[in-house]
Design a binder for this molecule. Structure first.
Ligand code: HEM
Length: 230
């Protein structure tokens, strides 16, 4: 059997999901930040450029609906995959991830010769995944409280409305910093990955990268006969 150069990593649906997330998150950040910093010159210019504050709020709410729909789609896709017995890769954090963190630190400090053998998703990817889930839940909950304050104040204490605004703006900053520092480093600027890991666009990963970055998955697939022997 000739050695396959690549393995399939993400389905078309998963790549579309990621693309929708990029667009919705960026538009929400671009239309949310000028509202948070409305008193600054740059915010005023962006609001004018987009056609005024009512237009900015309309765009923000439209893309919020898109992001919430995508989150619901994601939950549905995970449930459907489980029911059908399809393997999407384990995202649950476990003791193996703690060993992965410690092993990685030891490797980066030069205390061990090889990096830990990660499975399909390493601890960095899992933590980032849960940060997106957690962040989206907070943004959607606090955003909907701001969107429908009178309705929600009938069921929850009214103080949650201004509190939601503070939490929404703070989590927005945290999420943007996480993307710029954490995600961009891991998916774009890491020396062995620069300028980018193309897997989320092509859906495929080179075997050599799989063996290097996800050695446990590589071994598992090889033992299952899904990859040719070395
Ligand atoms: C997930 C669904 C989301 C919903 C339902 C939502 C909804 C809202 C609403 C209703 C407002 C108040 C302004 C208005 O009345 O139009 C708002 C403000 C804001 N949003 Fe969102 N949003 C969401 C996601 C996001 C995301 C992902 C970001 C940024 C990454 C973001 C950043 C902001 C910021 C910075 C403000 C201004 C907060 C302030 O005035 O201090 N939002 N959002």
């Amino acid at each position: 059997m000739s050695r396959a150069a690549v393995v399939s990593r993400f389905t078309l649906a998963q790549r579309i999901e990621h693309f929708v997330l990029i667009i919705s998150f960026n538009v929400l950040a671009f239309t949310g930040l000028p509202q948070k910093y409305f008193y600054t010159g740059w915010a005023e210019r962006i609001i004018q450029l987009l056609g005024g504050i009512e237009r900015v709020r309309f765009i923000h709410r439209t893309f919020a609906v898109i992001l919430i729909a995508e989150a619901l789609w994601h939950i549905g896709a995970v449930i459907a995959a489980r029911r059908a017995g399809r393997d999407r890769g384990d995202m649950g954090l476990n003791f193996g991830d703690v060993r992965g963190v410690l092993g990685d630190i030891a490797y980066l400090l030069g205390l061990r010769g090889s990096k830990p053998a990660f499975d399909r998703f390493d601890y960095r990817q899992k933590i980032e995944y849960w940060a997106v889930i957690w962040g989206t839940a907070i943004m959607a909950t606090t955003g909907l409280i701001m969107w429908f304050p009178e309705t929600l104040a009938r069921f929850v204490p009214g103080v949650l409305v201004p509190a939601s605004r503070v939490a929404h703006g703070g989590e927005a900053l945290l999420a943007m910093l996480a993307v710029i520092i954490w995600h961009f480093y891991n998916a774009h600027f890491r020396p062995d990955i620069f300028p980018m890991d193309p897997a989320m666009w092509s859906g495929q990963m080179e075997l050599e990268r799989l063996r290097h970055d996800h050695a446990a998955e590589y071994d598992r697939l090889q033992k299952a006969g899904q990859l040719p022997p070395d």
